[in-house]
Write a protein that binds this ligand. Structure first.
Ligand code: ATP
Length: 518
C-alpha cells in the first residue's frame, strides 16, 4: 500500500509516492515500452536472469545433489544406437561397485564357465568414492519405458553427486570411469556376436549373443607363411590409428576370403576376431529390406569390430551390374559386358526380391561417407565364387586384401596331424603327401578324417582312414573335381606359384594394398 509519509517513519521512495505518481509512472512505462520495445525486452531478460540465479542459488541450498544421466541408446530419433558411454559405465560398475549393491543381476560367465558376471539390477543404487575416498557419489540404474511413439525404451545409469564436487566429477571422475570401463571391455570381457534378424532385437536392429568360438590362428591349418602374413597385417591394422590419421583415411580394412566350401573362411573370421578381441557383426543381407535399413545397421556397428557378409555372391543379386541411376560411385571398377546386358533383367529381379538393397547401397555401406563414422573396423566378405562378383565390390580400397582359402596342402595336413594326433611324422605321411597332390580335399574333410571316433581309434587308424578316403576320391570324384575347378578358374589368370595343372594347393594372398610400414 502506498504511504503518504507520516512524519517520523523511515523515509522510503514508496512512502513519498502518491497514487498519482504510481499511475503517472505506469503510463510513462507503457509509453516507453511502445516507443522502445527492445529496451524493455532487455530489461526483462536481465531481471529474469537475476531471478533465475537466485532460484538456482536457493535450489543448491535446499537440494545440493546434481546428476548426470547416461542412456543405453543415444543418437537422434530413428538412428538410435547403443551408447559407448553406457557400455563403459556398465563395465566399470560391474567390476568396481557390484559387490556393494544389495540386489545383483547374474549373467553368463565372462571367462570361466562356472562363474557368473554380476551387475546392478534395475532400481539398484551403489556408492563410489572420489577424491581419494574423502567424498562419495551414487550410481543408480533404472529402466525407462517408452513414453511416446518416437521414444525408445531402455536402461539408464544416473550419477548423483554434490554440487561442491562438480569439477572433480565432471573433469576427473567421469573420464576416469570411461577409461577404466573401456580398458575392462578391451581386456577382460566376453566378446559378442551380433546378427540382424528382422523384427528382433532392440531398435538398432542387432540381436546380440556371446561370441564363444574357440578357433584361433594357432589351430587354423594354413600355409604357415601365409598365416603369418595375415596375422602381421591384422596386428599392423590394429595399431594403425596414427598411420591412418596421417593418410587421412578412415581406419578400416576389408578382407575378401574366397575359396570352395569347407576351406575355413568362416573359421578364419573367428580366428581374426579372437586375435584382435573384436566383436563380430554378421550381416544377413537378405534380411535387410532397403539401403536405408542397411545404413541404420551400419550406424549401430561399434568400433573394434569385424563386420562379416558371408557368401556375398548368394546374399543378393549383386553379381550383375549396378542399376542405372544407382551408380553414384566414382570407382574405377569395370562391369563385364554380359553383366551390363543384364541390367534391365537384374533391375526387375532386385525390385521384386524381398530385399531392396542395391549394389550401390552396399558400396556406400563399405566406404561411403557414413562408413567413416567409426574407426578400427574390419569388413570381411566370404564367397565361393569370386568370379561372380562385381569388380567394383572388391576393388582396392574396399577389399584391401584378397585371401584365397584353398584345398588342403601337405603343410596344412602336417599342421592338422600335429593338432589332432600329436604327430610330427608317421610312415603314412609320404602317402598322404603324394595323394594330396592328386586329389582335392578341404581342410574340413582332412580334419574330419583325423578326428578320433572311438576309444579304439589312434593315429595309425586315423591316417589309414584318411589315405583310404583320398584313394577313393582319386578313383571316383578326384578327376571330376579337378575338371570342375579348372573350368571355374578358366576366366582367371593362373595364379603365380600354381602347379602345372593350374591348381593351387595352399591359401594365396593378394594384398591389394601393401601392408603398411607403421
Ligand atoms: N583351415 C582349417 N583349419 C582348421 N579347421 C578347418 C579349416 N578349414 C575348415 N576347417 C574346419 O571345417 C569346418 C568348416 O569350415 P568353415 O565353415 O570355416 O568353411 P567355409 O570355407 O566357411 O565353408 P562355407 O563356404 O561352406 O561357408 C569347421 O568346423 C572348421 O573347424
Amino acid at each position: 500500500m502506498p504511504n503518504s509519509g507520516t512524519p517520523g517513519d523511515t523515509p522510503t521512495i514508496l512512502t513519498k509516492w502518491t497514487w498519482m505518481d504510481a499511475v503517472t509512472l505506469s503510463l510513462l512505462t507503457c509509453l516507453f515500452g511502445l516507443l522502445f520495445p527492445n529496451l524493455v525486452n532487455l530489461q526483462q531478460q536481465i531481471f529474469g536472469r537475476r531471478v533465475h540465479r537466485r532460484v538456482r542459488w536457493l535450489a543448491s541450498i535446499v537440494d545440493p545433489d546434481l546428476s548426470v544421466t547416461i542412456r543405453e541408446l543415444d543418437g537422434p530419433a530413428h538412428m538410435k544406437r547403443s551408447s559407448d558411454a553406457y557400455e563403459d559405465v556398465k563395465a566399470y560398475l560391474g567390476a568396481r561397485c557390484s559387490r556393494k549393491a544389495r540386489h545383483l543381476l547374474g549373467e553368463a560367465a565372462r571367462n570361466a564357465a562356472d562363474k557368473l558376471e554380476l551387475s546392478m539390477r534395475n532400481g539398484e543404487e551403489v556408492a563410489d568414492e572420489i577424491k581419494g575416498g574423502t567424498a562419495t557419489v551414487w550410481w543408480s540404474l533404472h529402466f525407462i519405458p517408452r513414453s511416446t511413439e518416437r521414444d525408445e525404451e531402455g536402461y539408464q545409469y544416473t550419477l548423483h553427486y554434490q554440487e561442491c564436487h562438480r569439477d572433480d566429477v565432471l573433469c576427473k571422475y567421469l573420464p576416469d570411469v570411461r577409461r577404466k570401463g573401456r580398458h575392462i571391455l578391451d581386456t577382460d570381457r566376453q566378446r559378442k556376436i551380433m546378427t540382424n534378424i528382422s523384427g528382433w532385437g532392440p531398435s538398432d536392429g542387432w540381436s546380440r549373443m556371446l561370441f564363444k568360438h574357440p578357433k584361433t590362428f594357432e589351430t587354423l591349418a594354413m600355409d604357415p607363411s601365409t598365416k603369418q602374413e595375415i596375422i602381421d597385417d591384422l596386428k599392423m591394422f590394429q595399431k594403425g590409428r596414427k598411420y591412418y590419421a596421417k593418410l587421412g583415411k578412415p581406419w578400416k580394412r576389408g578382407y575378401l576370403l574366397y575359396g570352395p566350401p569347407g576351406t575355413g573362411k568362416s573359421t578364419m573370421v573367428a580366428a581374426m576376431a579372437n586375435l584382435l578381441k573384436y566383436d563380430v557383426y554378421d550381416i544377413e543381407l537378405t534380411s535387410v529390406k532397403s539401403n536405408t535399413e542397411l545404413r541404420k545397421l551400419l550406424i549401430g556397428i561399434k568400433n573394434k569390430s569385424i563386420t562379416v557378409i558371408e557368401d556375398i555372391d548368394c546374399s543378393l543379386d549383386l553379381t550383375g551390374a549396378r542399376k542405372d541411376g544407382d551408380d553414384n560411385d566414382d570407382d574405377d571398377g569395370t562391369i563385364a559386358p554380359e553383366a551390363a546386358a543384364r541390367v534391365a533383367q537384374d533391375q526387375d529381379k532386385v525390385t521384386s526380391s524381398r530385399s531392396q538393397v542395391t549394389l550401390s547401397g552396399l558400396l556406400n555401406f563399405i566406404d561411403g561417407l557414413w562408413s567413416a563414422c567409426g574407426e578400427e573396423r574390419i569388413i570381411v566378405f566370404t564367397t565361393n565364387h569370386i568370379d561372380k562378383l562385381d569388380p567394383a565390390l572388391i576393388r582396392r580400397g574396399r577389399m584391401d586384401m584378397h585371401i584365397e582359402m584353398s584345398y588342403c596342402c601337405f603343410e596344412a595336413f602336417k599342421f592338422l596331424a600335429k593338432l589332432y594326433l600329436n604327430k610330427d611324422s608317421h610312415r603314412l605321411f609320404g602317402a598322404v603327401e603324394k595323394l594330396l597332390r592328386e586329389v582335392e580335399m578341404t581342410p574340413a574333410d582332412v580334419a574330419e578324417n583325423l578326428t578320433l571316433r572311438s576309444d579304439d581309434d589312434d593315429a595309425e587308424s586315423c591316417l589309414q582312414r584318411l589315405v583310404g578316403e583320398l584313394k577313393k576320391r582319386r578313383t571316383t570324384g578326384g578327376k571330376a573335381n579337378r575338371a570342375t575347378i579348372r573350368s571355374n578358374n578358366a576366366a582367371r589368370a593362373v595364379p603365380a606359384g600354381a602347379t602345372e595343372d593350374g591348381r593351387r594347393r595352399s591359401p594365396r594372398i593378394r594384398a591389394r594394398t601393401p601392408i603398411a610400414p607403421y
